[in-house]
Design a protein around this ligand. Structure first.
Ligand SMILES: *Cc1c(COP(=O)(O)O)cnc(C)c1O
Length: 368
């Protein structure tokens, strides 16, 4: 029998989330598929969205090339833009949209012998303090681009540093800086990542760029926005072990039984992307009941306490995260964020379904 560990991907939930986010934002939305669609499989996700999405975004050129090779003809924006002149040539050939965020990239365009007109997203640094032109240079950079004669369209964009903190003033300041810097410049505008779409109505402009929320992980801590989890990380109990009080379990003997304890051994480890830092008590769902991890997560397996679940045994099904165990909660307990957990999913086969896997009544009413 094959190892019973899977990441099930609910493509109907992905479509639901895309439409919900685009409706909330208004205008158009690029579905962000970088990092293999946050671990969900970029090609399959692109195909699942292709009839409804306005376009896609990836981090770098090779990701875009892979989508084109898989037959995705929709617009694809390359968020980091090009690294050298060759990238620019490939982007042109494949009709990719490119972000231009620093002087060297601008020079590449000026010096290139390109023939087909480029579709450029001009990125301004309004407070992320990472990539982007200074807001005060926006007009000058814009007219340099225009004067190359190689540009078909310029979309003005910026990226938020703290949009997931609804109480922070930083995002309002970024919106204001963006508005001031781009006043009087023609063209579409784009500010919102997922948290922007969900929490910052003033930032909803022509184009949204949602990533994490597409996959159903709400970036706002208290969020209840009717998003459906797309991935269910699943496995089964493959052995049961009884510990006497005082006996230790697993690496580092991190868990010592304080009472007679039934332990379920589960085929899922950090080599699959389940975080090794998950502490004792991190929730899992076993046969529909909440239980907790005990002992250290190891490379290929982890252990759960099934003492209070007498009907649980070999073959019992586990949800590590999904509709019932929120990936945000596992991430929080493990000292990281859902983005990292989802991106890290590997080795387990991805299984796709078009039909919703599970819809809890709560989520359905929130989505209505
Ligand atoms: C990754 C990324 C996004 C999507 O961010 P989420 O927080 O996942 O919604 C949007 N815009 C840019 C520029 C990005 O790099």
């Amino acid at each position: 029998m094959a190892r019973p560990a899977f990441a099930k991907i609910d493509l109907a939930a992905l479509r639901h989330n895309y439409e919900r986010l685009r409706t909330l934002h208004g205008g158009r939305a690029l579905a962000v598929l970088k990092a293999n669609a946050y671990g969900h499989g970029a090609v399959r996700c692109a195909h699942a969205l292709t009839d409804i999405a306005d376009g896609f975004a990836v981090a770098f050129l090779e990701e875009a090339v892979a989508l084109r090779e898989a037959g995705i003809n929709a617009p694809i924006l390359v968020l980091e833009g090009m690294f050298d002149a060759h990238d620019l040539q490939v982007a042109q050939e494949l009709e990719l949209w490119i972000v231009v965020h620093h002087e060297a990239q601008l020079r590449m365009i000026e010096l290139s012998a390109c023939t087909t007109p480029l579709h450029v997203w001009l990125k301004l640094n309004t407070g992320m303090e990472r990539a982007g032109f200074a807001p005060e240079d926006a007009a000058a950079v814009h007219s340099r681009l225009v004067s190359t004669g190689k540009i078909e369209q310029i979309i003005l964009m910026s990226h938020f540093a703290r949009a997931d903190e609804p109480d922070s003033e930083a995002t309002a300041a970024q919106i204001e800086r963006f508005d001031n810097a781009t006043a009087g410049i023609a063209g579409d505008r784009s500010l919102c990542n997922s948290a922007g779409v969900l929490a910052w109505p003033d930032a909803r402009l022509d184009w949204a760029r949602p990533g994490i929320a597409l996959y159903g992980a709400d970036p706002i801590p208290s969020g209840e926005h009717g998003l459906l989890p797309v991935m269910t990380l699943e496995s089964r109990v493959f052995a049961v072990r009884d510990l006497q009080a005082g006996e230790a379990l697993g690496y580092g003997a991190r868990f010592i039984a304080s009472r007679p304890t039934r332990v379920g051994l589960v085929a899922m480890g950090y080599a699959d992307g389940y975080p090794r830092t998950a502490p004792e008590g991190t929730a899992v769902m076993v046969d529909g009941q909440v239980s907790g991890i005990i002992g250290r997560v190891s490379m290929d397996m982890l252990t759960v306490d099934i003492t209070d679940h007498p009907s649980t045994g070999i073959g019992s099904r586990l949800e590590l995260w999904g509709p019932r165990i929120r990936v945000n909660d596992v991430a929080h307990a493990s000292g990281t964020i859902a983005y990292e957990l989802l991106c890290n999913v590997k080795r387990v086969p991805l299984q796709y379904s078009q039909e919703p896997l599970v819809h809890t009544p709560k989520l359905e009413s929130a989505a209505a």
